[in-house]
Design a protein around this ligand. Sequence first.
Ligand code: SF4
Length: 447
Amino acid sequence: MTNFTNNNIVWLVDATTYTKSLDSRLKGMKQVFYSLKSLAKKCKELDTVLYSDKTFSAGLLRIATILDSNGYEVYYVHIEKAIEALLNDTYPMPNIVAFSAVCPTVDLCSEFTNFIKNINPNVKAVIGGPQAFVAPNTLKKRYKAFDDVISESDCNAASRVVGRVVTYDQGGNFLNYRLLPDNINKYCLNIATYLGCEYSCGFCIEPLMPKQIMPLDGGITSFLSELVPNKLIHVCDTSLGGSYFRALRVLEEMRMINHNKFLSCDLRYDFIDENTIIGLKKAGFVEVNIGIDSYNSSISGKATFAEMTRRLQMIRKYSNLYVSVYLVSGLPGYDHEQFILNKDMISILYGERLVDQIKHHIYVPYPTDHNHKYNSKVIIATDDWTKYDRQSFPVYRLQTMDSDEIWEWYLEIERHINDKWRESLGKTKEEIQAEPTHIDYNLAYYK
Ligand code: SF4
């Protein structure tokens, strides 16, 4: 084991993704789903786009970048490689470990902290990331292993990590990708032009995250030269640019950069009009993701299905964009009738060729410190945070449905998505089975 020799060694431990075993029935359906995805991408001539199955946390890399520029010796490690790295002396023994975690990985971070403190009790361990942003007090009470829970970002967070004020004068959105364990081209590249969300849709806790205006180019110009051709870059703003008019400015900025790459983004339904669609095309976007969540707008807090279809038709009229929408099963307010309405909606979306793909996950009532408007509408069945996963058996029940019913309907919707997708592509089951799966990080982390 490496000796403790330097006060400036910081491990930044990325626990924002995790490996999860899927239910065996769901696993079979996901394999079909990813074969269908491969076919759908070919139909849109996107099979040459370079997607990736690895991710990293931009927030954590930003802290690594700041600390590195302040003279700290930083190592970016994925949580699932952390123990191995420690036992194999892959990196020098840290003085500080800083985690970025989502709800299901906090236990793992706590276990790693206990493990490393058994070796060296002087190691300082801090935790931040999405779960710390929405539930810092709950997290402090629940986990005693951490020395600090950080619900700040950038220089403020970096200062809390090392316990002294650090500054950063390179400005902008500069991330030092060389600090990642692998080459930049091996990762899904997420850039942001706006962090947080100004909206407040039904169940979503994103508005609890801090808001921050980022550069209009999302920092893309600082690393373009390092990317291989055909690389996909995803603008991960929850609502592009933060508002409709800023979205147009982002699109104009992207158009002016001769990036020669493929772009994708998430887009709010009410940003979709002729201006944004043409702007997306001119800026090099090939794919958009749109949240529909549920047929019933009083459940989703978004538009009616009639309004959604009008906007989707507009995309079809003015572009050849690959349109992916997502649904959430088991939201408060769901009953059998709502699931049937969602099935009809899926039949229409594929039958009328309004979309190229429908993603689907199960509602997760993530713990927050705040009294979220949905808290009173769900009955929590387990407080085991490792089970708070979007592709797993529900951790709650509703007044209207128990957990088993929600799960069986979830599988039924998943099956229906595959069936209607296959029909819309005009393929037989045998043809789908022969198709290789389109690997992306969703599949890579679910085994
Ligand atoms: S669903 Fe999207 S637009 Fe609505 S609050 Fe959440 S992140 Fe914002």
